[in-house]
Design a protein around this ligand. Structure first.
Ligand SMILES: Cc1cc2nc3c(=O)[nH]c(=O)nc-3n(C[C@H](O)[C@H](O)[C@H](O)COP(=O)(O)OP(=O)(O)OC[C@H]3O[C@@H](n4cnc5c(N)ncnc54)[C@H](O)[C@@H]3O)c2cc1C
Ligand code: FES
Length: 276
């Protein structure tokens, strides 16, 4: 543990503590403050903010996310930034509803209950929470799955809904295994994961790697790509490959809640064998 400093966020008037050893985004999540973010690894710029006062140093990041002249002006990526003094940070993007009202981050030990191919290179991974026995999230959110035996993780979007319903009887996926992914039972969380040869996590989903009965730790939920309350306009969804997962979660939720908002979903795949 390093020294602790205080961060004040403007214009939202929120304060929190951050240890020098943790990045500011993670410190915020830990304290129930859900700042805007995307990749959480300095690549996308979704967390870009402006340092009004104080000393923030960044771990390695992409200059596409924050270029040198922006850094000189005072822009920082909160997912890469460590505070070395008390700081005042201006948030450039924030969702006032989410900032303090998001679902708390949970650490859950799960057990693999299903692992099956749904396209040439995408697998459906189903997990059942065991400690604690449930996991709360909003449709469209994602979690970090810890890579067993390491302290690394990879992020994956839930394809099921928070009350645990997947294909069977949900309706939105066109009726179970044929219309979308494999069916998930009540309480199971389904992920759609593309296998990359040599990928640290995804290659564990090949034969001889992870199997039904193995345990996986997850941390989350994260992400603000969710349905907002009170909206009534038609919804447009666009996804390719395993990007189907968060959309499927949203579609399943809309079907379960008998929401009548019209939805148009554009899905991209390279060849017919890449279709679910
Ligand atoms: C918010 C978020 C949500 C995500 N949701 C999903 C999801 O629902 N389903 C899903 O399958 N993935 C998802 N991902 C991507 C996932 O987190 C991993 O990056 C991916 O599975 C690769 O991890 P790995 O450990 O297998 O490969 P790594 O060991 O990290 O990478 C090994 C090599 O594989 C290749 N590779 C890895 N990722 C890609 C890529 N995206 N495109 C091209 N080549 C690549 C590269 O050559 C790389 O060097 C998500 C990522 C984020 C940030
Ligand atoms: S979340 Fe993508 S750069 Fe910080």
């Amino acid at each position: 543990m390093g020294r602790t400093h205080r961060i004040s966020f403007e214009p939202v008037d929120i304060e929190m503590e951050v240890d020098e050893d943790e990045n500011i985004l993670d410190a915020a999540f830990r304290q129930g403050i859900h700042l805007m973010h995307g990749c959480r690894e300095g690549q996308c710029s979704a967390c870009k903010s402006f340092l009004l006062d104080g000393d923030i140093q960044m771990d390695r990041y992409s200059t596409f996310a924050c270029n040198d002249s922006e850094v000189e002006e005072g822009y920082v990526l909160l997912c890469r930034g460590h505070a070395f003094s008390d700081c005042t940070v201006e948030l450039l993007n924030f969702d006032e509803d989410e900032l303090l009202n998001a679902i708390p981050i949970q650490e859950v030990t799960t057990q693999i209950t299903g692992l099956e191919a749904v396209t040439r290179d995408i697998v459906s991974l189903r997990l059942k929470p065991i400690t604690p026995e449930s996991f709360d999230f909003k449709p469209g959110q994602y979690v970090d799955i810890m890579i067993p035996g390491t302290d690394e993780h990879r992020s994956f979007s839930m394809a099921t809904t928070p009350n645990g319903h997947g294909g069977s009887g949900g309706g939105a996926d066109g009726g179970g295994a044929h219309g979308g992914s494999a069916s998930a039972d009540l309480g199971e969380i389904e992920f759609l994961i593309k296998r990359y040869p040599g990928g640290r996590f995804s290659s564990l989903l090949e034969e001889g790697g992870l199997a039904v009965g193995d345990e996986l730790d997850i941390v989350g939920p994260y992400g603000s790509s969710t349905l907002k309350d009170g909206h009534v306009l038609p919804i447009v969804c666009i996804a390719g490959g395993a990007g189907m997962a968060p959309i499927l979660s949203i579609l399943r939720h809309l079907a379960q809640t008998q929401d009548t908002r019209p939805v148009r979903f554009y899905y991209g795949a390279r060849t017919e064998t890449d279709l679910f």
